[in-house]
Write a protein that binds this ligand. Structure first.
Ligand SMILES: Cc1ncc(C[n+]2csc(CCOP(=O)(O)OP(=O)(O)O)c2C)c(N)n1
Ligand code: SF4
Length: 320
């Protein structure tokens, strides 16, 4: 049954700073879920820690607010246990590309059907504005004593190189465009990534709303831009073009879909190739008990399973 976006909003007080780009992301995500008519019980929003990490509290679907940098592994477990769910990750640039960088890369390699929405404000908002991995070298925001000493990571290039099969960028305050990109990302069957340019009005006085409004242009407006891979032979060329475009930054910043490859098998399809009944009978549907409540794996069963096959299981320490 279709619901209006308001149906998907909780009554909780939203405590982001007035003017924060996160409001635009929340609105776009809620509208996208409503327009796709997603079942709130079968839709899961998973976040890490940060200002961005509060998103699941404000949206009335299933949700988990996990640990800093650990949203992707949580989401991976949820999706692989129950592939019928729609699972969306909300993370900051620090969360996903700092402490969570290894998990970010692993998701691309696996091409699990998850959607990652990155709130990219170039700073660590919740911990008061330290430089995040997306802040360019020599930039100095309001909260930094000295210009940034480290080089930046380009999130789009990293996503394409890691294997994400849908890679896009949008601006948090262009809600309509962001909503359309989120819908496309959710509908894509594979790992999708959206780099959302999200002004942090409290700690980042370099990448402001005004800055983005002046610099942003739409890839859709370029008559010859076509990011979709329709034949495996196009993959290399489309990736290279997307990587080149992703490096435009400064006076002109492209937004839209950079790369979309629907031909790569998802991790769930790869698993189905090995475990014949994986999709019909995934882990979430399987019983974890026997004989009316005893755990499937207990000490006795473990001993029986392993004693003959691998090494004898000792019941006591050798010195006892
Ligand atoms: C393991 C761990 N390390 C550090 C922290 C402290 N911490 C909390 S939020 C945060 C940074 C948040 O920045 P970002 O992920 O960019 O999100 P934002 O707040 O900007 O949305 C840090 C370092 C933590 N909670 N856990
Ligand atoms: S600190 Fe920045 S990112 Fe966090 S709520 Fe305030 S404006 Fe938004």
């Amino acid at each position: 049954m279709a619901h209006k976006p308001e149906y998907y909003r909780t009554d909780l007080w939203v405590d982001w700073c007035p003017g924060c780009g996160n409001y635009g992301i929340l609105t776009a995500l809620t509208q996208a879920i409503a327009e796709l008519g997603l079942d709130p019980v079968k839709t899961v929003v998973v976040s890490g820690i940060g200002c961005s990490g509060k998103t699941p509290h404000y949206i009335r679907v299933s949700g988990v607010h996990t640990l800093h940098g650990r949203a992707i592994p949580f989401a991976t477990g949820i999706k692989l246990a129950n592939p019928s769910l729609t699972v969306i990750v909300e993370g900051g640039d620090g969360d996903l590309l700092g402490i969570g960088a290894g998990h970010f890369v692993a998701l691309g390699r696996r091409n699990i059907d998850l959607t990652v929405i990155m709130h990219n404000n170039q700073v660590y908002g919740l911990t008061k504005g330290q430089a995040s991995p997306t802040l360019p070298r020599d930039m100095r925001t309001k909260s930094l004593l000295k210009p940034n000493i480290q080089d930046m990571l380009n999130p789009l290039v990293l996503a394409i190189a890691s294997g994400y099969t849908f890679v896009a960028r949008a601006f948090a305050l262009d809600v309509k465009h962001l909503k359309e990109i989120i819908k496309q990302a959710i509908m894509h069957k594979g790992a999708s990534f959206i780099d959302v340019l999200q002004p942090c009005v409290t700690y980042n006085d370099v990448y402001t709303v005004q800055f983005y409004r002046k610099a942003i242009y739409r890839l859709d407006d370029e008559s010859n831009w076509d990011p979709i891979v329709r034949d495996p032979s196009e993959e290399y060329e489309k990736k290279m073009k997307a990587i080149a475009k992703a490096q435009e930054w400064g006076a002109s910043i492209p937004v839209g879909v950079f790369y979309h490859n629907p031909l790569v098998p998802s991790f769930e399809e790869r698993l189905q190739g090995r475990l014949r009944y994986y999709i019909e009978n995934p882990p979430a549907r399987q019983s974890i008990t026997v004989n009316g409540g005893a755990p499937l794996i207990d000490d006795r069963r473990m001993r029986k399973l392993f004693s003959k096959k691998i090494v004898p299981v000792r019941s006591r320490r050798p010195s006892d």
